[in-house]
Design a binder for this molecule. Structure first.
Ligand code: GLU
Length: 361
């Protein structure tokens, strides 16, 4: 595919860690593989502005520059796009799903929801029991008067009921292969605007990917289920006429690649709040960008390096390299070869001291 458009979509909640760099490198490699016409956009996902960490966007950009992971154009900030998300919500309000509205106000509190449904493991989906969807269908006057009285509410997008058309979403993932999700059973009606007025990640990311022309999405496998929901929201935005309003005619589904995740040496998922593995600490310790890129390339299955124009097979351990050098050796086939989550070795950085190979160490 030519004209690939990928995106870095960091949440500015802290300094990047190795896991973030691994995902960014994969994004960068995916967009630039092939005929070289691809580009990468940078979107700062600060839609939840009150929770964004001041200056984290600047650290992230500085670390990306330092690592040689460049992007095209100016960064886009979700916090500046509220009006666009409002418009998307208004467009969705015009869509009906058989007998009921596709989006509806929800007056349930978190406590009500916890009481009503069993927690789901993994990516924190709580299947909403549909209370306020029924309320709107059965007692529209009550809903109207509660809205007029200014009662606190979120907005949800409905998914089709079981066995209805559209209730199953399928897509092919470059790494995990064919995916099939039953929306009513595995996803449920989802909040797209919170009761404090903040738009949810799920809506913002779909609106942005659509309007920014992103057609190549690379991220962690914990978002596989979200992808099914995002495909549903994307279709709804197209049906509602929202995409057309922005002059978007072609709305093919993007290509998706969901990466295995990375755990720290104790088996705990890497998180930005743990400072020990963040890029700031590594930089202060004298670790070089080529070492970090080489290590992440290794996690992406790169088992060779290019030196003086010659590819050298090298399966004994990571080799320091630049992103451009990694591009020469990267294939999705190698990523697919090992789909298990990775455990970061405690001494990963010292590997390089022993090996001393690679051109940019
Ligand atoms: N901001 C999200 C994150 O940091 C990006 C998720 C996505 O790629 O859609 O996890």
């Amino acid at each position: 595919m030519s004209g690939r458009v990928g995106r870095f979509a960091p949440t500015p909640s802290g300094r990047m860690h190795i896991g973030n760099v691994y995902a960014m490198l994969a994004t960068w490699l995916s967009a630039h593989a092939g005929d070289g016409s691809g580009k990468i956009l940078l979107r700062v996902e600060d839609v939840d502005e009150p929770r964004a960490l001041k200056d984290a966007d600047k650290w992230i950009m500085d670390d990306l520059h330092w690592l040689g992971l460049d992007w095209d154009g100016e960064p886009v900030y979700q916090s500046k796009r509220t009006e666009i998300y409002e418009e998307a919500l208004r467009s969705l309000e015009s869509v009906r799903l058989d007998d009921f509205a596709l989006v509806y106000p929800c007056f349930c509190s978190r406590a009500d929801l916890r009481a009503a449904s069993a927690p789901q493991e993994g990516d924190r989906f709580l299947i909403y029991p549909g209370t306020c969807r029924k309320l709107l269908t059965e007692h529209p006057d009550e809903v109207r008067s509660r809205l007029e009285a200014g009662q606190r509410h979120s907005w949800r997008i409905a998914v089709p009921e079981r066995d209805m058309q559209g209730s199953v979403v399928t897509f092919d993932d470059r790494i995990f292969g064919h995916q099939r999700f039953d929306l009513p059973r595995e996803v449920g009606d989802t909040v797209i605007r919170r009761s404090d007025g903040i738009f949810s990640y799920q809506l913002a990311v779909v609106v942005d990917d659509l309007l920014m022309g992103v057609n190549d999405i690379v991220r962690g496998r914990d978002l596989l289920r979200s992808t099914a929901l995002q495909i549903w929201i994307r279709r709804a935005l197209v049906v509602s006429g929202f995409a057309k309003k922005y002059g978007i005619q072609r709305v093919d589904s993007p290509a998706y690649a969901h990466l295995p995740l990375i755990d720290d040496p104790t088996g705990v998922r890497l998180a930005k709040r743990k400072r020990s593995l963040d890029i700031g600490t590594l930089r202060a310790d004298g670790v070089k960008p080529g070492q970090i890129i080489g290590y992440c390339a290794w996690l992406l299955g790169v088992r060779s390096s290019k030196s003086q124009g010659v590819h050298m097979p090298d399966a004994s351990g990571p080799v320091a390299m630049s992103a451009r050098e990694a591009l020469e050796c990267f294939t999705w086939r190698d990523v697919r070869a090992d789909k298990s989550d990775h455990i970061l070795e405690a001494n990963w950085a010292s590997e390089f001291d022993r090996r001393k190979s690679g051109s940019v160490a």
